[in-house]
Design a protein around this ligand. Structure first.
Ligand code: FAD
Length: 471
């Protein structure tokens, strides 16, 4: 019996899945495989929320595959050893998977390709998680875009491919191979999770997407910046695991756009732009892999960051004395989630008020976020610190208090996550230190730095680089 392996990675779904679709058309028995990488137990950037969501999604995939007549083979270990071993065990003549773009996964896939080639097994890596990948959208001079607006314009000028059909049900009884259980324990590989896990899997992702399309997308532009409003899709963990196909999403948005009035069409456009940001950062990571360890703009490698450990710890636990920053960090620690506006606020605060290296925040986010994604996270941090592609210029510094007043005007979000401040009115909740008598009665920390004093320090720190570069 001819067999083919489909290796599931960041594509945990049966619909609109490029490599799965191609593998299923080969007329061979399909062996679906998921490898629980051993490296997940050691990585400092691995977080329990992300891992738990991934495993829930794998479990959901296993059930969906079973309904369709397939048995998912789960193995724990190193994929560069296990994939060749599974080919020997099953006699598979080809392995299909969808491409990943993080530099370490590209290197690992190369090792696997070499091993499989010596065994005479085909190895197919197909584009799936993005509409356009790193070398597909280039400037007229053939170089990658490093500025978002022209990239986005070029992206939008192309026709988007249609979503692919779902995996057809297995008609013969599929072979059963030994499979490990999917661990769904709160202690995952030694990573402890102290909050409930968001529901994972393709069915959940599609439900979330349909409910977003039915309502919030029509108010996306006006509501997406307010953390106390449920105005964004919350699909990022699903997109990260590939529980939903990007072609499906983009085609749905384009359809909704055509059927809408001009106002609604504008909202669809703004949402589409966010999906394009995701692809922009994926191609940046792929074309400029140095961003993993360095500033995109290498001259900023010489920035003289602070090493104040107490400040970093206060930021992590939400005890900086700035209400919106503390609410955001506590929300992250207790749920694995943070709203985009808040990510920008806390990232600017860490880098431009506390003057701490963005890489410390980047790593903390990877440890805590359910949607932690190397490309989007690195892009977001380098944008906020002013060291990246198309970044906020270094002299754009958010004032954490006015950001709170603007985007949480009634202090609802702050009150939810910082109970010490819940009794304050909508003015005082943003600046509890302004009334010393009141402040002394609250069990809330005093600001650990003064924004007005840190701002000039920050400007001087960055200006020193500009001066030394030009001298
Ligand atoms: C410092 C910082 C760190 C970030 N870290 C991550 C991360 O680890 N993982 C992650 O997925 N996003 C990250 N983002 C981007 C953004 O905050 C999240 O994608 C968004 O908050 C997810 O919520 P949502 O799905 O409701 O987004 P929606 O507003 O519904 O947007 C839809 C989708 O578009 C994509 N998207 C939206 N904004 C961005 C953006 N700025 N950059 C790239 N893609 C975007 C996401 O896939 C998102 O799910 C980060 C942003 C910043 C400023």
């Amino acid at each position: 019996m001819k067999r083919i392996i489909h290796w599931f990675r960041r594509d945990l779904r049966l619909h609109d899945n490029t490599a799965l679709h191609e593998a299923s058309r080969r007329g061979a028995e399909l062996v679906p495989v998921f490898i629980l990488e051993e490296a997940l137990s050691a990585g400092v950037d691995v977080g329990a929320a992300r891992l738990a969501f991934l495993l829930k999604s794998v479990e959901a995939l296993r059930l969906e595959l079973r309904r369709a007549g397939y048995n998912l083979v789960v193995r724990k270990g190193k994929s560069d050893e296990l994939i060749p071993a599974l080919c020997r065990e099953t006699g598979a003549s080809a392995v299909f998977c969808n491409k990943r773009y993080e530099p370490y996964t590209v290197r690992r896939d190369e090792r696997i390709a070499q091993k499989l080639s010596t065994m005479g097994v085909e190895f197919h890596r197909l584009k799936d998680s993005v509409i356009w990948e790193n070398r597909e959208i280039l400037t007229q001079s053939g170089t990658p875009y490093t500025v978002f607006t022209p990239y986005s314009k070029a992206w939008k000028s192309r026709a988007v491919p249609a979503p692919l059909p779902s995996l057809p049900p297995e008609t013969q009884s599929s072979t059963v191979y030994q499979s490990d259980e999917v661990p769904l324990d709160p202690w995952i590989f030694g990573h402890r999770l102290n909050h409930p896990v968001t529901a994972g899997g393709e069915v959940e992702a599609l439900k979330l997407w349909q409910s977003f399309l039915a309502g919030p997308i029509h108010h996306y532009e006006e509501q997406r910046n307010f953390p106390s409003i449920n105005g964004t899709s919350k699909l990022s963990p699903h997109l990260r695991c590939g529980n939903i196909g990007i072609r499906r999403m983009v085609i749905d948005i384009l359809k909704a756009r055509t059927a809408s009035n001009p106002m609604q069409a504008k909202n669809c456009d703004v949402f589409l732009s966010e999906l394009i940001w995701r692809e922009f950062y994926t191609q940046i990571l792929s074309n400029f892999p140095h961003v993993m360890r360095h500033n995109f703009r290498r001259e900023y490698d010489a920035l003289a960051w602070s090493d104040n450990e107490e400040h970093f710890q206060a930021w992590c636990v939400g005890q900086t004395g700035y209400p919106i920053v503390d609410a955001a960090m506590r929300c992250l620690n207790q749920t694995g989630w943070m709203h985009n506006r808040l990510r920008m606020i806390v990232a600017m605060f860490l880098t431009k008020d506390l003057l701490l290296h963005w890489q410390r925040g980047e790593r903390y986010f990877m440890q805590k976020l359910t949607d932690g994604d190397m490309a989007a996270n690195n892009g977001g941090w380098q944008w906020s610190s002013g060291t990246g592609t198309d970044a906020a210029p270094y002299f754009r510094i958010f004032n954490p208090t006015t950001q709170g007043q603007k985007f949480d005007p009634q202090g609802k979000f702050i009150g939810q996550w910082v109970p010490e401040l819940v009794s304050l009115d909508e003015k005082m909740i943003h600046l509890p230190w302004e009334n010393p008598l009141l402040a002394s009665r609250l069990k809330y920390t005093q600001p650990i730095v003064l924004h007005e004093k840190q701002r000039p320090k920050c400007l001087a720190m960055y200006a020193a680089i500009k001066v030394s570069k030009s001298s």
